[in-house]
Design a protein around this ligand. Structure first.
Ligand code: ADP
Length: 587
């Protein structure tokens, strides 16, 4: 109860105003009494009552205080002192209520009436205060809720603004992305076209360069087989060697361009790994002798397998490395080696490479020499020649085979270039087919010369016509020539041939069209009107002849209906092996 009263008077005791209001309330409840109030802050309300002096009040006050002290702070709620009812509330130190007419001494029931009245007044005060507080609170709530609504409103507006801005931004972004994508697509198309043009240019260049090379290499080869003075032989050999070097260079440039244009594809076929390494050694034997080098070949005896891989490109790698080793070694030793590192199920892991005791490569140049057009230093070109393309191509080829090239070298002591490859073993069935072809090739002998074959050379270039005819003639094969596909058709109408050597790129009618035409005729009754085709058991053998040397070109020849494929410059051994095949077929 006291706490409650304290709470109420905490506000009321603040000033006289509140005390007065409280007194008014009390008077309304107790209209027949006079009331004097003492606040604990010293405020006194209605102290001068008639017949009641200040001294009497002070006396009451001090008596009450004394009593309070005496009773150890446990105050009674009220008491009668000199006929004055005193109600004690802690915050409102005293409420003195003297009765107006006659004092009713010690009437405790009256005192408790006063006490109740005081509590009622206090409650009323508290109630009013509460009402005011409630009003204030509800006003505050209103303000807060208005603020809240306003905040929500503002937030929503901001949200809408952000959403609108985001949409605008997204739209702008979309437009920008679309613009950039379009630009990129156009740039890409331009690049693709440039790359296409570059590839076409390279293909044409390949044709244009190889055609004269074909003539130079072919004729210098033929020239070497004729009666010549020593001086003439010497010059012819120089021409032959220079043109072979030039062909290597042309091939290198073409290879590199193809690799860089992503147009280079490996041709995976079964091959004899051991035979390949041996053939590379054999190829360089005479070159090694020229510089007093000892060239040898060390192949792990366990490596007898037929493997699957791109034999030609593997040969190209080994040829590049062996060529370099011999170039940079004098009176030394060069070893072409192949070690078996691991055999797992149907795969083998091989470490292959070339070791030499040549000039070596300084450590600081060992990385750079794999970059294209890079040599150890400027003097290399002057002393040894070369273009700096070989190792770049070699390392890219190894890379395409999922291998990695490594170099160990000590200046003045020598170098070892090696690479590790994982190759699959060729399934037996695949190898039987490959072996058959090998055997046909292996049985090349003078037998091809015994009986005369008749060939039709279809070629527009006069020099190449002559060269092909001469090469065939050297192999005891009679050759007629036709300048294009149309003339070829006319020729086979008139005369019987054992096979056709068919160039691809020709005016009027190209080699593919002519071949398709011949295959059509063979399937029709018209066949009998062609001297070359009439009464044939098997179809006419057509060998494609082209300066283009890619897998695609080869496939196009087969698609057109050709049976075999030769690239220019014609390699004598390949021509001879084809002639053997022709002869066997005729028999
Ligand atoms: P090229 O031989 O045509 O210059 P390569 O790319 O094959 O081009 O070789 C680049 C350079 O690396 C060579 O010019 C030479 O300086 C160095 N080099 C390559 N192989 C060897 C080697 N076996 N011994 C010493 N130096 C070598």
């Amino acid at each position: 109860m006291n706490n409650f009263i304290d709470d109420v008077f905490a506000g009321i005791a603040d000033g006289e105003e509140e005390l007065r209001a409280f007194r008014q309330k009390l008077l309304l409840i107790l209209p027949t009494v006079d009331i004097v109030l003492y606040g604990d802050n010293g405020a006194v309300v209605e102290a001068s009552l008639p017949g009641f002096s200040d001294e009497m009040l002070l006396d009451c006050k001090s008596r009450m205080e004394t009593k309070r002290i005496r009773s150890f702070m446990q105050l009674p709620d009220g008491d009668w002192i000199n006929g004055i009812g005193i109600v004690d509330l802690q915050a409102l130190l005293f409420i003195v209520i003297p009765h107006r007419s006659q004092p009713l001494d010690s009437d405790s029931s009256l005192l408790s009436l006063y006490l109740n009245a005081v509590h009622l007044a206090l409650l009323q005060c508290r109630y009013e205060e509460q009402v005011v507080e409630n009003e204030q609170l509800s006003r505050r709530m209103d303000v807060i809720s208005n603020k809240h609504v306003q905040l929500l409103d503002d937030n929503h507006k901001q949200f809408l603004d952000i959403q609108r801005n985001e949409k605008e931004y997204a739209k702008k972004l979309e437009v920008e992305i679309a613009r950039q994508t379009k630009e990129l697509r156009q740039a890409n198309e331009r690049l693709e076209q440039a790359s296409r043009l570059k590839s076409e240019f390279l293909a044409n260049m390949s044709h244009e360069l190889r055609t004269p090379m074909n003539a130079i290499i072919g004729f210098s080869g033929l020239l070497l087989e004729t009666e010549q003075t020593e001086e003439q032989t010497d010059y012819t050999e120089i021409i032959s060697k220079a043109s072979s070097n030039l062909l290597v260079l042309i091939n290198d440039i073409l290879d590199l361009s193809k690799i860089e244009a992503g147009k280079f594809e490996l041709e995976i076929r079964p091959f004899q790994f051991k035979a390949l390494v041996k053939s590379v050694e054999a190829m360089f034997r005479s070159q090694a002798r020229e510089k007093w080098n000892v060239l040898s070949c060390r192949i792990d005896p366990q490596l007898g397998e037929e493997l699957l891989g791109d034999e030609n490109r593997l040969r190209q790698i080994l040829v590049n490395l062996t060529g370099n080793a011999l170039k940079f070694t004098e009176k030394g030793e060069v070893v072409v080696f192949a070690d078996l590192l691991q055999k797992i199920e149907n795969k083998v892991k091989i470490r292959c490479g070339v070791r030499d005791t040549g000039i070596g490569i300084p450590p600081e140049r060992q990385k750079a020499i794999f970059e294209k057009f890079t040599q150890v230093d400027g003097s290399t070109t002057r002393k040894y020649g070369g273009t700096g393309l070989g190792l770049s191509i070699t390392s890219q080829l190894v890379d395409m085979m999922d291998g990695e090239i490594e170099l160990e070298s000590v200046t003045g002591q020598g170098s070892t270039f090696s690479f590790i490859l994982s190759l699959a073993k060729a399934p037996a069935s695949m190898f039987v087919a490959a072996e058959k072809t090998e055997k046909t090739t292996a049985s090349i002998d003078d037998g091809a010369k015994e009986e005369s074959l008749r060939a039709l050379v279809v070629e527009d270039n006069l020099v190449n016509q002559r060269l092909a005819s001469l090469l065939l003639k050297k192999q005891n094969c009679q050759a007629d020539v036709a300048g294009d596909g149309i003339r070829a058709l006319a020729k086979i109408k008139e005369k019987r041939y054992d096979f056709i050597l068919m160039d691809v790129q020709m005016p009027n009618m190209d080699g593919h069209t002519a071949t398709r035409k011949i295959r059509e005729i063979e399937q029709s009754a018209e066949k009998e009107t062609y001297a070359c085709l009439a009464g044939r058991q098997s179809h006419l053998y057509i060998i494609g002849l082209t300066a283009h040397a890619s897998k695609d070109d080869e496939q196009q020849c087969y698609d057109a209906g050709m049976d075999d494929f030769l690239t220019k410059p014609i390699v004598k051994e390949k021509l001879v092996s084809l002639l053997v095949k022709m002869k066997n077929m005729r028999l």
